[in-house]
Design a protein around this ligand. Sequence first.
Ligand code: GAL
Length: 308
Amino acid sequence: MEHRNGACWLDVEGKPIQAHGGMITRFGDTWYWYGENKDAENCTRDGAPLSRVDVIGVSCYTSPDLLHWTHQGVVLSAVTDSPVHPLHPSRVLERPKVFYNAHTGKYVMWFHADSPDYTFAQAGCAVADSPAGPFRFLRTVAPNRRDCRDMTLYHDPVSGHEFLVHSGDWNKTLYFSELTEDGLGFTGRCFAQMINQEREAPALCYHNGLHYCVTSGCTGWAPNSALYATAQEVCMDMKLIDNPCEGPGYRQTFGGQSTWVLQAENRYWLMLDHWKPLDLRHSGYSLLPMDFEGERLTVRWQETFAGL
Ligand code: GAL
């Protein structure tokens, strides 16, 4: 069993996995994959497809081996009864990320909540008692009064704190906004990184004393060059180093865009979305191994992901 990188991956029922802009993490013995369910036709205007689908919600899949994925359903659903609700189908819900909060014993989800024209730009928060949900929507918020577009969650193993990492100031700067102990709000500690570098799609990991942050440039659904940055502490200036990709298509991140770093068996894998703007439900995925030589990070293209 293996999955073809760049293509649409299938679940155990043979259906395309709907977990875009997603993340994979382990709770107990089980792998969980959360992401945007885009299982609808693209919206149209005057018969022509637009590069959006209405919000359906956040899907969750589980797997024992990172290869066989079972759909657990939509664990945070769109809200259809009020057009002004942040989860209304006409709005935007992207890049959901989930972590377990040991202080409260709850599973906390953050996501990018936006209006269809991407001017609302806030972070949405939801909470659940178990990893397969259902998640209860709490609210949207502008972290530390800043805008939030592409985002992820990052557990800083040095301080033990959780951060919402989000593109802010109209995508000019990447902010590390520290979450409160319960994971549901912000402490006010916030670090501006890669100021004016216009990076998005952050995906992070910590290796050998360094934080690594892979990002894309801001060209919407179109692929561009990934770059990685490093820092010894999240409060220190991150330095942009290089494009980590090697192999055919490396200048366009192999046609993909970063969304997450999967950590499994002491290896790291860069998770990419391969967007199909006019047929978003069939967008593909890749999991590519990350190789560290000294402080240098390399991500080489592989045709398939065959598990660990
Ligand atoms: C990308 C972003 C995606 C989505 C898209 C919409 O830049 O990474 O998550 O927001 O723009 O055009």
